[in-house]
Design a protein. Structure first.
Length: 241
């Protein structure tokens, strides 16, 4: 399918750090998706594009605009699973912006769609309860309780065991380490990040590497500790950063 191919190409361009090509491919994918009588496909394009905006640190505003468009498209689409993912992303971006109640409301809508009957859903494997628990963790991390965030991340990571979910699992475990830092357990967080370094190296994903760098920045107050130096050596050996 042309839309799926262009969306994948846009994500691959992002992974290879060609952000200009990525934006152009997403724009083309969106244009083609609008011609179809399948709004869930347009929602999927917008969500993928929103995530690349978020990870490329172009600010929350553009990512939120794209996710809001994804939610509008998903509401008229045939996929409750895609709609659940759109609401989950909406929740994450609200939490990152500090909007606790908006995040909780969006999570409630995501669970409503996640627990619906998915018989005949055109994208039944595109999102799962395990993925959604990871989004719950992110929301708790930014506008809630870091201990609850840690538990949500642990539950999410334990279910993301398929080979195609390795990148997502690495992201979730890195966020889990952030929760441990917020809980005042930086050395335990560093121990967890060693596993994340190995996962990021194995998958070659840009996003896990970006998340790892952010987690390392959170460890700056302990930069003189030997266990931070060990983590830095591991990062340099595995990722060159």
């Amino acid at each position: 399918m042309a839309v799926a191919g262009m969306t994948l190409a846009g994500r691959l361009a992002f992974e290879t750090r060609d952000d200009a090509a990525s934006r152009a491919l997403y724009a083309e994918a969106s244009q083609e998706a609008r011609k179809l009588a399948e709004p869930w496909r347009l929602a999927s394009v917008h969500m993928s594009h929103a995530l690349t905006n978020l990870y490329a640190r172009r600010g929350l505003d553009e990512a939120r605009r794209l996710v809001d468009e994804a939610v509008r498209a998903a509401r008229t689409g045939q996929s409750a699973v895609v709609r659940a993912r759109a609401h989950a992303l909406q929740a994450e971006l609200a939490a990152r912006a500090g909007h606790k109640w908006q995040a909780q409301a969006a999570l409630g809508l995501a669970w409503y769609d996640m627990e619906a009957d998915h018989a005949g859903d055109p994208a039944p494997t595109s999102f799962s309860p395990g993925h959604l628990r990871g989004f719950e963790g992110v929301c708790e991390l930014y506008v809630g309780d870091p201990s609850k965030a840690y538990d949500r991340f642990a539950r999410s990571a334990s279910t993301l065991s398929a080979s195609r979910e390795r990148v997502q699992q690495a992201i979730v475990k890195t966020d889990q380490a952030l929760a441990r830092i917020r809980l005042g357990e930086p050395e335990a967080a560093a121990d967890l990040l060693h596993d994340c370094v190995d996962a990021a190296s194995a998958t070659g994903g840009r996003v896990p590497a970006l998340r790892l760098r952010r987690a390392r920045q959170e460890l700056r107050p302990w930069r003189r500790e030997g266990w931070v130096a060990d983590l830095d050596d591991h990062l340099m050996d595995a990722l060159g950063a």
